[in-house]
Design a protein around this ligand. Structure first.
Ligand code: KIV
Ligand code: ZN
Length: 514
């Protein structure tokens, strides 16, 4: 029997970015969106257009860059929000406005301070307004899992009549339990008279660790869209993770009555890209994308796998993109091969100057490191793409001295507003000394919230990839830097974060206010 299609709606760029500290720049969002497009994700929620100028531009840039997926912007129910979303989505081949309002008694009374009748009125007006601007409108009943059943029936019937094509039932606070949540979806779909005119969708948060279970239960009960994020990023404990949902449906095709059209081999590369851009490492035991997800430690398991893989493996690592880090290029590779490989990774450079800069950096790296992997290219592009903008701070040189028994010391050279400047400092370690020397020159006053370093590939000649998260006056910036010298990578990441803070803007939050 033919199976129904399950729509994969990825919200890494919107709800994922609501993870405290996970802010992404416009160019980073476009890179992630291109990977999601390559993966075959059906809908990409690119942002919340009215939140800030940066969010608006990100939605627009993603709408311009992506062709294969529907691009969506979140909007509250106000006309201004919806107009802004429509405006940002104008370049999209296929665009969707996702409007929402809270429907639970607690949210209506204390957050919105609105009577239920007014909430219905507002929701209907929002959907009608959005439908005048775009053909594809989704409506979410925020906090649906704590909303009253009769009220949900009433508002959903009316927004479907007003033109909503997708009805989303978020478990906003992660309170749902799989049996109860699935039953709610089935009951609503069976009793709302016009339910067949819309696709029912779920959006689950992971506060009790049940986001994927709740989403899958809803799928068993009739939901045909799941909202999810790469690596389960998202507000608080995160959202249902895309990789877990997709692989559960694929691996248990004997149970789930749906199929997904995602290219699962793009999962691991996309997970790595999201982790490197946001600075949120993936825990080693994370399902599907954790470093240990396919590693067998026990002798009995290893023996079993060698004799017959299916004894202990329910999925094949290569099917989700492990082992995909091919040796792609080397010292003798030419510009055409370099450009072609970037294209395969979903990275396009729109001008010759950017390509020249990227190619020069690639040759410099190839001189230091014989084998260049896809991950090296991704890291290199994180550095090159910001360089297309005017940057206030850039790295010029570094000497770090670290000797057992004496205080680590760093001499640093930066270019600040076009002028070369030098400083020296001692520190608790060479990275600390280098950061102190940078601060002697920039006096940023920023707080360091996170410092993390990872080897991009294996081997001691691997590049170190560093993430630095800085905060200043409520604005958060995640900087990335990569180099075969991890102290240099650290300083580059610090300067990247400073440059982002320099350009930073505060944004509104979708779940605060009407
Ligand atoms: O969690 C939630 O309720 C949301 C909505 C805005 C869809 O993110
Ligand atoms: Zn959410």
């Amino acid at each position: 029997m033919a199976k129904d299609r399950l729509i994969i709606f990825d919200t890494t760029l919107r709800d994922g970015e609501q993870s405290p500290g996970a802010s992404m720049t416009r160019d980073e969002k476009v890179r992630i969106a291109k990977m999601l497009e390559k993966m075959g994700v059906d809908v990409i929620e690119a942002g919340f257009a009215i939140a800030s100028v940066g969010d608006f531009e990100s939605v627009r840039a993603v709408a311009e860059a992506v062709r294969g997926s529907t691009i969506c912007s979140l909007a509250r129910t106000g006309a201004e929000d919806i107009d802004r979303a429509a405006e940002a989505l104008r370049p999209a081949e296929s665009g969707r406005i996702h409007t929402f309002i809270a429907t639970s008694p607690i949210h209506m009374e204390y957050k919105l301070r609105m009577a239920p009748d007014n909430v219905v009125e507002r929701a209907v007006a929002a959907v009608k307004h959005a439908r005048n601007l775009i053909g594809d409108v989704e409506f979410s009943c925020e906090d649906a899992s704590r909303s009253e059943y009769d009220f949900l029936c009433r508002i959903i019937e009316q927004v479907i009549d007003a033109g909503a094509r997708t009805i989303n039932l978020p478990d906003t606070v992660g309170y749902g339990e799989p049996g109860e949540y699935g039953a709610m979806v089935a009951r609503l779909m069976n009793s709302i008279p016009n339910a067949d005119k819309a696709i029912f969708s779920v959006h689950c948060h992971n506060d009790l660790g049940l986001a994927v279970a709740n989403s899958l239960s809803a799928v068993m009960h009739g939901a045909r869209q799941v909202e999810c994020t790469i690596n389960g990023l998202g507000e608080r404990a995160g959202n249902a993770s895309l990789e877990e949902l997709v692989m559960a449906v694929r691996t248990r095709a004997d149970i789930f009555p749906v199929e997904v059209s995602v290219d699962a081999t793009q999962i691991v590369p996309t997970s790595r890209l999201v982790s490197s851009i946001t600075g949120f490492p993936v825990q080693p035991n994370k399902a599907i994308v954790g470093a240990n997800a396919f590693a067998h430690e026990s002798g009995i398991h290893q023996d079993g796998v060698l004799k017959h893989r299916e004894t202990y493996e329910i999925m094949r690592a290569e099917d989700v993109g492990w082992n995909a880090n091919k040796l792609v290029l080397g010292k003798h590779s030419g510009r055409a091969a370099f450009k072609a490989r970037l294209g395969e990774l979903g990275i396009t450079l729109d001008n010759q100057a950017a390509l020249n800069l990227a190619f020069t950096r690639f040759k410099e790296l190839a001189d230091k490191k014989h084998e260049i992997f896809d991950e090296d290219l991704q890291a290199l592009m994180s550095e090159v793409q910001p360089a297309e903008r005017e940057l206030r701070y850039s790295f010029a040189g570094l000497e770090a001295i670290s000797r057992t028994g004496s205080k680590p010391h760093a001499n640093i050279e930066l270019v600040i507003d076009g002028e070369t400047q030098q400083a020296s400092a001692d520190g608790d370690g060479p990275v600390d000394a280098a950061f102190k020397a940078v601060e002697m020159l920039v006096s940023s006053g920023a707080n360091l919230l996170l410092y993390s370093v990872n080897a991009i590939t294996s081997g001691t000649d691997s590049q170190g990839e560093v993430q630095v998260r800085l905060e200043k006056n409520g604005t958060i910036a995640n900087g990335n830097g990569a180099d075969t010298d991890i102290i240099v990578a650290s300083v580059k990441a610090y300067l990247d974060a400073l440059n982002l803070l320099d350009a930073g803007v505060l944004k509104a939050h979708p779940q605060r206010g009407v």
